[in-house]
Design a protein around this ligand. Structure first.
Ligand code: ADP
Ligand code: MG
Length: 235
């Protein structure tokens, strides 16, 4: 479960100017296994919110509990270890490592697992292969990102995100760089895998299909959560 209270993020501006508030007083509670879509115009603070929930950034005010841990009480190394163990990410721009093949990209999170969950090289490769087969890329294991289409790259991104069997998966506009049809396929895949594995999914999206298929929609406007509404009202 994720519990965020009064999340506020401000950035300093030029001397004499008031700081820029990009997120203000956000409260959020996400149950285990829940699929929550975050909607909102560009610049409304969606990516900032994900960064705070995942412990990538520290808020100016407020707190986050992630997997029973209060993020503010952890140092940067401990937050990174918590992410390596429990969190997966899917990015709008895929963010694959260009010098690694599809298979090697999916192996990266498996190499970062804590010692008690570490896999042998053979077991890690088996898991990475299985995931890439699951996302339809059995014939692309040795391709580099530049040799893959956008949709294929995002499939690798999804396989990578699920590699460490995350409890929580954050997806930031995962279909935002794909054409509509490819985006729908990728969205289906993300939701299917999520359902199979019971992951908590927090997904920033402009895609109304994805929003409709979520358990709940949260709308951000200028850094604040807009009044509660049902998924049907929101889309
Ligand atoms: P969204 O993902 O909803 O488009 P973001 O969370 O990326 O919005 O950004 C919200 C606002 O915060 C934007 O106006 C952006 O310019 C500003 N912002 C984001 N990160 C920083 C930063 N590190 N320093 C200053 N301003 C930032
Ligand atoms: Mg964003």
């Amino acid at each position: 479960m994720i519990l965020a209270r009064n999340l506020t993020q401000r950035y300093p501006r030029a001397e004499g100017e008031r700081p820029l508030t990009v997120l203000e007083g956000v409260d959020l509670e996400v149950r285990d296994g829940e699929v929550v879509a975050i909607l909102g115009p560009s610049g409304s603070g969606k990516t900032t919110l994900l960064g705070l929930l995942a412990g990538l950034d520290q808020p100016s005010e407020g707190s986050v509990r992630l997997e029973g841990q209060c993020l503010a009480e952890l140092n940067e190394d401990a937050r990174a270890a918590l992410r390596a163990e429990c969190v997966g990410f899917v990015f709008q721009s895929f963010q694959l490592l260009s010098t690694l093949t599809a298979l090697e990209n999916v192996l990266v999170p498996l190499e970062l697992l804590p010692r008690q969950r570490a896999l042998s090289a053979a077991a890690a490769e088996r898991r990475a292969r299985e995931l890439l087969e699951r996302v339809g890329l059995a014939a692309r294991l040795d391709h580099y990102p530049a040799q893959l289409s956008g949709g294929e790259q995002q499939r690798v991104g999804i396989a990578r995100a699920f590699a460490n069997e995350p409890r929580v998966l954050f997806a930031d506009e995962p279909t935002g760089n794909l054409d509509r049809e490819t985006g729908l396929e990728v969205a289906e895949l993300l939701l299917d895998l999520n359902r199979e594995l019971g992951t908590t999914l927090i997904i920033v999206t402009h895609d109304l299909v994805l929003a409709q298929r979520s358990d709940r929609v949260i709308r951000l406007e200028a850094g604040r959560v807009a009044p509660a509404e049902t998924a049907e009202d929101a889309v």
